[in-house]
Design a protein around this ligand. Structure first.
Ligand SMILES: NC(=O)c1ccc[n+]([C@@H]2O[C@H](COP(=O)([O-])OP(=O)(O)OC[C@H]3O[C@@H](n4cnc5c(N)ncnc54)[C@H](OP(=O)(O)O)[C@@H]3O)[C@@H](O)[C@H]2O)c1
Length: 342
């Protein structure tokens, strides 16, 4: 019998009240027996995903899940890794796979829960970003809920992040005029010059929502599609600019992930304006489009292969960095998809 593998794990151990950080996790090492049941696969992780939804799942209030993430277990996460051993005829040692394996260095999983990756088509890490959940969110959220038309104005918040940076580019491809809202002059320059947004607004440079609203009106007049990743002050600024029959895509509320999920911030009431403008507001969840992943890959995959999509990845090295990197997701200034590599 082969000797056991030491499996390093990050366990989620404490519910955060504000921004999540290393103090909410504990490190553990366990022995993993390498024997496999029929259909099972042993995977060694190469990239771990770090995503805002992790903080949502730690909220004390009900979310899309009936219960919050349980305490004392491995932090759930999407992972890209390589097959070490397999008793699934469809997967062989050395294959690259993506699956929900969590923050641990090794995992056994049934082969049916894994997606085999072709590393000749795109770097395997893209299965956690542009060709993974964030790409699916951006594509279906924008194209099916946002439905941008040529010449319309699409406003995207958190425009320099994993989802937002793709929404900017997909909206440009749809022929829209695109406004990206992001934090900091440097990130805004990147949103404009590399991602191709027509306008980039640094929300931190405006003292309040009224000042940001004025800048938005001055730049583009009004908003036909608002892809909302942040809520909070940015939404307070964008909502009054919503035009006739606008579509508001509620994708996330990252401005509230430092405690606001349990004690929601109150803001201005916009329903009368949405009524006058006959606007539509729709929440979207990536998981509702999981069964249509191939459709997204067929559209976006060739653009990635031809180098037509910017999919920046901010990668930190070392399994030990994971909880700190999750904290930085909310407090730092990364560009594109945030990942940790082995
Ligand atoms: N509905 C779904 O199924 C789904 C799926 C994936 C993601 N999402 C949501 O989409 C949003 C973006 O996710 P992502 O994975 O692409 O993360 P991300 O944008 O790569 O990272 C989060 C970013 O949020 C920004 N941010 C943090 N605090 C903020 C604040 N108070 N106000 C404004 N911006 C703030 C920061 O950018 P700046 O430097 O620009 O401040 C940070 O880089 C999140 O709300 C997430 O929950 C939803």
């Amino acid at each position: 019998m082969p000797s056991p593998t030491i499996n390093r794990q990050w366990l989620y151990t404490q519910i955060p009240d504000a921004v999540v950080g290393p103090e909410h996790y504990s490190y553990s090492e366990v022995e993993l027996q390498r024997s496999l049941a029929v259909g099972e696969v042993l995977v060694e992780a190469a990239y771990w995903s770090v995503d805002p939804y992790m903080r949502i799942n730690q909220s004390r209030r009900p979310t899309w899940n009936a219960e919050p993430h349980p305490l004392g277990v491995v932090q759930s996460a999407a992972v890209v890794g390589r097959v070490l051993d397999s008793r699934d005829p469809e997967l062989a040692s050395g294959d690259w796979v993506e699956g929900p394996l969590g923050w641990q260095t090794h995992a056994k999983a049934h082969g049916s829960t894994l997606r085999r990756l072709d590393p000749t088509l795109a770097p395997p890490s893209t299965a956690l970003g542009v060709l993974g959940m964030p790409g699916r969110t951006a594509w279906f959220g924008l194209m099916e809920a946002g439905r941008p038309q040529p010449g319309e104005v699409v406003v995207v918040s958190a425009a320099g992040g994993a989802v937002g940076s793709l929404v900017v580019q997909f909206a440009k491809r749809a022929g829209a005029t695109v406004v990206g809202i992001a934090g900091g002059a440097e990130k805004c320059r990147w949103v404009r010059e590399s991602l191709g947004a027509d306008v980039a607004l640094d929300y931190r440079a405006y003292g309040d929502a009224a000042a940001l609203e004025s800048a938005l009106r001055e730049a583009v007049g009004g908003t036909d599609v608002y892809f909302d990743n942040t809520g909070g002050m940015i939404s307070d600024a964008v909502m009054p600019t919503i035009r006739r029959r606008a579509r508001i895509v509620v994708c996330g509320a990252v401005s509230q992930y430092g405690g606001g999920l349990d004690e929601p911030e109150s803001g201005p009431r916009f329903s009368h304006h949405l009524l006058y403008q006959r606007a539509t507001m729709q929440g979207i969840l990536a998981r509702d489009y999981l069964h249509r992943m191939d459709e997204m890959l067929a559209r976006v995959g060739p653009w990635v292969q031809r180098g037509e999509i910017v999919f920046e990845q901010t990668i930190s090295a070392g399994f030990e960095t994971l909880p700190r990197v999750l904290q930085e997701l909310f407090t730092g200034s990364h560009r594109g998809k945030r990942l940790v590599s082995a």
